[in-house]
Design a protein. Structure first.
Lengths: 315, 528
């Protein structure tokens, strides 16, 4: 499979801050790739390196087979970009900005432009100054989607859109994908990533902490179990791989590592199961696991105290 | 009053935000005033020397047009007040304008005001807080200047009025900026309108001072000079300034109560749904973005030129009447009218540099506002994007400089019935163009090398102004004077144009531009 984006051990520092710390990223041609990470983790910095706006200190970035810094102009003909924070010229109308950006990229599809303006319900005669955040974002989205670019780089493109427009956006991205084009989608809206993305990279503090298809990621992590037992279930806290145990009114709630699922369930059945529900982790949970300082931090604290993983939460 | 709730907190916020900026302005202006004053004490050793120097000024309308009426120039105090003159007072007005604009419309335009106004803050609190701070700064400035003059052994009464003139002009322009900040939505517009009114105030008083003086009463700078520091002080004109300031504040409040947060008084109209063909290239965008500024500066320079040109004939009349003309002719070594125009074309060129620097720095403001980012993510190279704004800056500078020369030539030519003056004075103006380009080039070089330092291009202009007009007074060594590119422009029409310096200056400008473009191509694009 050819790669549209390939980033290896990318480092970018701003003074004392190490914004990207040997970051890796790979996006295959034709896929929609979710790019997740908490605020300030380096998503926008990565994107700006990919656009040749920032110069990496070390590491390698390849975009559509070329160097994003050296071949910026040639590459930009094949790319459409939506910035996270869209700033428009106060005295230019939305329509003018769409045309301007399209022409500077090397042309835009007029029929698609008209269609997108209608679907996104955007008034092209209003001046930049008067647009709301969501509408400014729509201007940038229309400009990007009206192009024939083979790679779309979208930096939190929907953070200001309403649910109706979010749906329109998802339709558009599916259409882009159906045409075999590639999308790098940085987003905080996990439902959107779950709905659109084939593969996901999660980054934190400038490093990639998890990367793969959604199902792979799920497999690597924990399953959430809720069980009602005839007798009170005991001894769960001592089992390996059980986390965040909570028991209440004859029910137990916990997460279990995929590797320990089998033995944990066997232990549980010995108390007589009356009801059982289990679900794979939602992206939200995956996300929190990699984002939150609490998860890793707490585990470390517990370990250093020599306590089992989840004693406090068992009541 | 509920509309003023929160003013105290906002005053503290402004003082915190401008804790560097305010002292810098104060130190700069006080230093300028006091070094001018002590410069006068050092330059003239006796009363007799002052009398001789006074005669030169009294007989030269160019000097009067530049600095102000000749009032008690045979005293050290009067001479010092005149040297500081309309230029020093204009600098105070600029301080008030920038401090006010920054805390009012600029805050609204950025959206931060919305956050502040959503807190427990009255409608008029932000503008009141800004006025409180800026008025306080002006009063402090006045007090410091007065104290400094007294410390330099100038008469106490005159020193106090001298300080009062600084405070009065500052107050009027603070209040005026409070009004213009209500009218237009953009900070740029606030500075444009207020700056233009300052220009009008300067030129109107120049015309008044040369004529019978009545026009000077239309200008706040004229009021300050009518207070006659060290020349039989009068406090009434300063009182007039205070009354007018109060009226302007009232107008600002009334306008502020009628409009929405973030809005101006002029409603937005819908624009074209599609871009014209002009917008298909970066240059078209740069031109569109800078069009208003270019037109504004061109008109302003043309009108200033008209005003200076119209004075030329008065000088001729004066020459005919004055028995002392012979002396002065030998002193200046040429035609008095020509030396007047050599001075005014230099002034106009320095003014035009304001456009050329502002225009070149548009690159920086486009970059720091994040608007350059989507453009540079299209198939436009950095060099091409930068060149688009540069072209507007360089060609625009030529247009603005030419407008000043044309205005001067047309009004002078018509008044003496000799249209041959038009190309002559146009040429005299254009001689300064390479020096103006050097300042644009410096702005580009700084933008490329160290974007945060780009604003220092303005300091270079400030330095050129000081060298051009106060070099003799401060007695700078030659190497300091020669730092200003304008020092190297031939003094046409007094001297003959020489091609050498123009080629060197143009080459220097081109070199600076090339350096800036090269450095910009290699650095990170600053993102927010």
């Amino acid at each position: 499979m050819t790669k549209s984006i390939e980033v290896n051990e990318l480092v970018k520092t701003f003074g004392p801050t190490r914004a990207l710390d040997e970051l890796d990223l790979a996006v295959a041609t034709g896929e929609v790739h979710g790019f997740l990470g908490p605020n300030g983790s380096g998503k926008s910095t990565t994107i700006r390196v990919l656009l040749g706006l920032l110069r990496a200190d070390s590491g390698r970035a390849t975009l559509l087979g070329a160097d994003p810094w050296r071949d910026a102009v040639a590459l930009h003909r094949r790319i459409a970009y939506v910035p996270g924070d869209v700033n428009l010229w106060p005295n230019l109308t939305g329509g003018e900005v769409v045309d301007l950006l399209g022409r500077l990229r090397g042309g835009l599809n007029q029929r698609r432009r008209a269609d997108l303006l209608e679907r996104f319900d955007l008034d092209p005669t209003k001046k930049g100054r008067t647009y709301s955040k969501g509408n400014r974002q729509k201007v940038a989205l229309v400009a990007a989607l009206a192009s024939d670019a083979e790679l779309l780089i979208l930096d939190e493109p929907t953070s200001g859109l309403d649910p109706l427009m979010e749906a329109v956006f998802q339709e558009c991205i599916r259409a882009v994908k159906a045409e075999g084009r590639t999308v790098l989608l940085s987003s905080h809206i996990l439902a959107e990533v779950e709905a659109l993305c084939d593969t996901v990279s999660i980054i934190r503090l400038g490093k990639t902490v998890q990367s793969g298809t959604l199902s792979e990621l799920r497999h690597l992590t924990r399953t959430t179990i809720v069980a009602e037992t005839a007798e009170p279930a005991t001894g769960l806290a001592d089992l390996q791989g059980v986390h965040d145990l909570l028991s209440e009114d004859g029910r137990v709630y916990f997460d279990v590592d995929t590797a320990n699922l089998d033995e944990t369930l066997r232990h549980l059945t010995s108390f007589g199961i009356r009801a059982l529900s289990s679900h794979p982790p939602t992206l939200e949970e995956l996300f929190l696991r990699h984002y939150g300082d609490t998860e890793d931090g707490d585990a470390e604290v517990r370990q250093s105290r020599g306590e089992p993983a989840s004693k406090e939460s068992a009541s | 009053m509920k509309t003023l709730t929160g003013t105290g907190t906002l005053v503290r916020l402004i003082l915190r935000r401008d804790r560097i900026r305010i002292p810098v302005w104060l130190i700069g202006l006080v230093f300028f005033a006091l070094s001018s004053a002590s410069g006068v004490q050092g330059l003239y050793r006796s009363r007799a020397e002052l009398v001789t120097a006074a005669r030169v000024v009294e007989n030269n309308p160019a000097f009067i047009a530049m600095n102000g009426p000749a009032q008690a120039l045979d005293t050290f105090g009067g001479r010092a007040a005149w040297e500081i003159g309309a230029f020093g007072l204009s600098a105070v007005a600029l301080m008030s304008m920038f401090l006010m604009g920054r805390q009012t419309r600029s805050e609204e335009e950025s959206g931060r005001m919305e956050l502040v106004r959503a807190a427990v803050v009255g409608r008029h609190a932000p503008v009141t807080a800004a006025l409180t701070v800026v008025a306080g700064v002006n009063l402090l400035l006045g007090a410091l200047v007065a104290a400094g003059f007294i410390a330099l052994d100038f008469p106490t009464g005159g020193s106090l009025v001298m300080g009062g003139t600084f405070a009065a002009v500052g107050l009027v322009f603070a209040a005026l900026t409070a009004v213009t900040a209500q009218v237009t939505e953009h900070t740029r517009g606030v500075y444009g309108i207020t700056g233009a009114l300052l220009g009008v105030a300067y030129v109107v008083r120049a015309a008044g001072d040369i004529g019978n003086g009545s026009l000077s009463w239309l200008s706040p700078i004229g009021w300050a000079q009518a207070a006659r520091p060290f020349a039989g002080e009068r406090w009434e004109p300063l009182l007039l300034a205070v009354v007018v300031s109060a009226l302007l504040v009232y107008v600002a409040f009334a306008l502020g109560a009628r409009r929405d947060v973030g809005a101006g008084l002029v409603a937005q109209r819908p624009g074209p749904p599609v871009a014209s063909l002009g917008l298909a290239r970066p240059f078209g965008l740069a031109l569109r973005l800078q069009r208003a500024a270019l037109i504004g500066w061109t008109v302003a320079l043309f009108l200033s030129g008209l005003a200076y040109g119209s004075v030329g004939r008065d000088i001729e009349d004066l020459v005919a009447d004055s028995p002392e003309m012979g002396d002065i002719l030998t002193q200046t070594g040429g035609n008095l009218v020509d030396s007047f125009f050599a001075t005014t074309t230099l002034m106009l060129a320095l003014l035009a540099s304001g456009f050329s620097i502002q225009s070149a720095l548009r690159l920086r403001s486009e970059e720091s506002s994040g608007r350059a980012e989507p453009l540079l993510a299209t198939a436009i190279s950095r060099a091409r994007w930068a060149t688009s704004h540069l072209t507007v800056a360089m060609v625009g500078a030529a247009i603005v400089v030419a407008a000043g020369g044309l205005g001067t030539g047309i009004s002078y030519g018509i008044s003496i019935g000799e249209l041959g003056q038009v190309p002559r004075l146009l040429g005299a103006s254009l001689v300064h163009l390479p020096a103006v380009w050097v300042l644009s080039g410096l702005a580009i070089a700084l933008f490329g090398l160290s974007p945060r330092a780009a604003m220092f291009a303005w300091a270079a202009l400030g330095g050129s102004v000081v060298v051009g007009f106060f070099g003799q007074l401060f007695g700078f060594p030659d190497w300091v004077t020669e730092l200003s590119p304008f020092t190297h422009s031939p003094q046409v029409p007094v001297a003959d144009p020489t091609i050498g310096p123009l080629v060197v200056l143009s080459g220097l400008a081109a070199g600076l531009v090339a350096l800036g473009l090269w450095a910009f191509g290699r650095r990170d694009v600053a993102t927010t």
